[in-house]
Design a protein around this ligand. Structure first.
Ligand code: NAD
Length: 484
C-alpha cells in the first residue's frame, strides 16, 4: 500500500515517489561502502517535517487556506540548509526528497550543513505581490514559532519560484520575532546585497553549473569515450527552464564558447542548430511574453520534446521528473548536466547510463547555490564584507613587488608599461572576486573528487557522488559516538 505521503503528488508516476527515487540511488551507492545497515538507515531517513496550513486573506477579502512544509532531512550538522519553493506540485514527499538531496549536496562540496527544504503549495503567478508578501511572512512566522528557522538552526534560501525579494521578507519577519538580533541576518541566504546578501549569490547556481560542465568537458579522455572533442568550445547545448538557474547557466555556457541550439520554457521551445543569442531571446520573450516565434528559430510547441533534440549537452534546469523511462530512450545528448534537482528518474538514469551518456548529477552540479549561500552566512556572522580588511593591503603588496623588481633588475620601466602592469596585477580581490574564486575552486575540486571515486569503484558519477557524501555523513555520526 502506498502511504499518504507518496501518493500525494509525485512527478514520477509509476516510477516511485521522488523520495523513493533518491533512496534507490542512495542504495545503489551504499553497496560500495561497508557501513552497518543501522547507520545507513539513519543517514537516509528524514529527521523532521513540519506540515502547516494557514489562512491567507486575499486582496478581494476572501480567505484561502495555504498548505506549506519544511523538512529537515539531517541534523548531523547544524544549521540545516535548503531552499524554499513556491509551486503547485509541492507536497510532503517532494520536500523530503529535496531536503535529502541537500544533505548529500552539502557533503559532496564540503559545506558544513545538514539538508533541508521548504515548500508552499501555490503557483506564484496567481497571487499579487502583496499576497505573496503576506504568505511569505506568515510562513516565516510559523517556522519561527516551531524553531524551524534561525542562524544556527535552519537557514532557508531561494529555490523554484522564489528569489531575493522573498528572502528579504523572511529576514524582516524573523528579525522582528528573534531574541538574538545580532546574528539575525544569518537566518536566511540569497538576500538582496543591501540586506546582507553576498555579491554573486543570484547567479551562483548557474555559474557553478557552468564550472561543472566545463570541468567535465576538459577531461579529454572522458570526452573521447563519448565521441566528443575536449573542451566546451563549440559544443551544442539545449536548456530546459530559463529561470534563475537555467538563464545564468545558459549565459555562462554561451560566454564560455558553447552554442545554445535549443531553449525550452513552459510555453514551448525554440531550436536553431546555428545557435540562439540568449539576450536576444530574453528580450523577445519580454516583448511578446513567449519564446516562440523567435526570428530564425524553429518553434517546438510541445516544450518537453526539446529534451530530445540533437545536441552534445542537455541541461534540464526546471523541475524534477523530466526524463523518465518513456522519453529516456529518445534522448540524444551525450552529456546531461542536471541543473535542476531530480530531473532524471532512477529508472531513466539506468537507461541513459546503458546508452553511454555522461550524467553530471544534480547533487554535485547545482551545489554552487548552497556553496555561495555558505559564504553569505559566513559574511553575516562575521559582520564584515569579504575582502574588506585585505583588499587595499593586497593592492599595495603587489605594487611593492613590482617596485622591488625594478630595483633588483636596476631597470626603470617605461611609465606607460609600468602603469599597465600595475593595473593588471596590482589589485586586491573584491567580494565578488573572492566569492567566484571560492565557487570555482569548490566545483572543480569536487568534480575531480567524485570522478576519482567513480574510477575507483567503477561507477557512474551519481553513484560516486553518493559514495562521497555517505562516507562524509557517516563519519560525522561516528565522530559523535552515535554509531561505532
Ligand atoms: P525559477 O523559478 O527561477 O525558474 C524555473 C523556470 O523553469 C521558470 O522560468 C519556469 O517557467 C520554467 N519551467 C517550469 N516548468 C517548465 C517546463 N516544463 N519546461 C520548461 N520550462 C519550465 O527556479 P530556479 O531557482 O531556477 O530552480 C530550477 C531548478 O533548479 C529547481 O529544480 C531547483 O530546485 C533547482 N535549484 C535551484 C537553486 C537556486 O539557487 N535557485 C539551487 C539549486 C538547485
Amino acid at each position: 500500500m502506498p502511504t499518504a505521503t507518496n501518493t500525494a503528488h509525485t512527478h514520477h508516476g509509476s516510477e516511485g515517489s521522488f523520495f523513493d527515487q533518491v533512496n534507490m540511488m542512495f542504495d545503489k551507492a551504499a553497496v560500495h561502502t561497508d557501513f552497518s545497515p543501522g547507520l545507513l538507515n539513519q543517514i537516509k531517513i528524514c529527521n523532521s517535517v513540519y506540515h502547516m496550513e494557514f489562512p491567507l486573506v486575499r486582496d478581494n477579502g476572501e480567505i484561502e487556506v495555504i498548505q506549506a512544509f519544511r523538512a529537515e532531512h539531517s541534523h548531523h550538522k547544524q544549521p540545516t540548509k535548503g531552499g524554499i519553493r513556491y509551486a503547485d506540485a509541492v507536497n510532503e514527499d517532494e520536500v523530503m526528497a529535496l531536503a535529502a538531496l541537500m544533505t548529500y549536496k552539502c557533503a559532496v562540496v564540503d559545506v558544513p550543513f545538514g539538508g533541508a527544504k521548504g515548500g508552499i503549495k501555490i503557483n506564484r503567478r496567481n497571487y499579487s505581490e502583496r499576497e505573496l508578501e503576506r504568505i511569505t511572512r506568515r510562513y516565516t512566522f510559523e517556522l519561527a514559532r516551531k524553531n524551524f528557522i534561525g542562524p544556527g538552526v535552519d537557514v532557508p534560501a531561494p529555490d523554484y519560484g522564489t528569489g531575493a525579494r522573498e528572502m528579504a521578507w523572511i529576514l524582516d519577519t524573523y528579525s522582528s520575532v528573534t531574541d538574538n538580533p545580532l546574528d539575525a541576518l544569518a537566518c536566511v541566504t540569497g538576500k538582496p546585497v543591501g540586506q546582507g546578501g553576498v555579491r554573486g549569490r543570484t547567479e551562483a547556481t548557474g555559474r557553478g553549473v557552468f564550472y561543472g560542465i566545463r570541468e567535465a568537458c576538459n577531461h579529454a579522455e572522458d570526452m573521447q569515450a563519448l565521441g566528443l572533442a575536449p573542451g566546451l568550445e563549440g559544443k551544442t547545448v539545449v536548456i530546459q527552464g530559463l529561470g534563475n538557474v537555467g538563464y545564468h547557466a545558459a549565459n555562462f555556457l554561451q560566454e564560455g564558447g558553447a552554442v545554445l541550439v535549443g531553449l525550452a520554457e513552459y510555453e514551448g521551445a525554440i531550436y536553431n542548430p546555428q545557435g540562439l543569442d540568449l539576450e536576444a531571446v530574453m528580450t523577445h520573450r519580454r516583448q511578446t511574453e513567449s519564446i516562440l516565434d523567435f526570428p530564425g528559430a524553429q518553434n517546438i510547441p510541445n516544450s518537453a520534446a526539446a529534451l530530445e533534440l540533437e545536441c552534445d549537452i542537455l541541461v534540464p534546469a526546471a523541475l524534477e521528473g523530466q526524463i523518465r523511462t518513456d522519453n529516456a530512450p529518445r534522448i540524444q545528448a551525450k552529456v546531461i548536466g542536471e541543473a535542476a534537482n531530480g530531473p532524471v528518474t532512477a529508472a531513466a538514469d539506468t537507461v541513459l547510463n546503458e546508452k553511454g551518456a555522461l550524467i553530471i548529477p544534480d547533487m554535485y552540479l547545482n551545489a554552487g547555490g548552497v556553496t555561495v549561500s555558505y559564504f553569505e552566512w559566513l559574511r553575516n556572522l562575521s559582520h564584515v564584507r569579504h575582502g574588506r580588511m585585505s583588499r587595499r593591503f593586497e593592492e599595495h603588496s603587489a605594487r611593492r613587488i613590482l617596485q622591488a623588481v625594478e630595483m633588483l633588475t636596476e631597470k626603470r620601466f617605461a611609465a606607460d608599461r609600468f602603469a599597465k602592469v600595475v593595473s593588471d596585477v596590482a589589485f586586491g580581490a573584491s567580494e565578488a572576486d573572492l566569492v567566484n574564486s571560492g565557487l570555482e575552486d569548490t566545483m572543480v575540486g569536487a568534480y575531480n573528487e567524485i570522478r576519482e571515486l567513480g574510477k575507483q569503484h567503477n561507477t557512474d558519477l551519481r553513484t560516486a557522488a553518493f559514495v562521497s557524501s555517505i562516507k562524509k555523513v557517516a563519519a560525522s555520526y561516528q565522530q559523535m559516538g552515535i554509531f561505532p
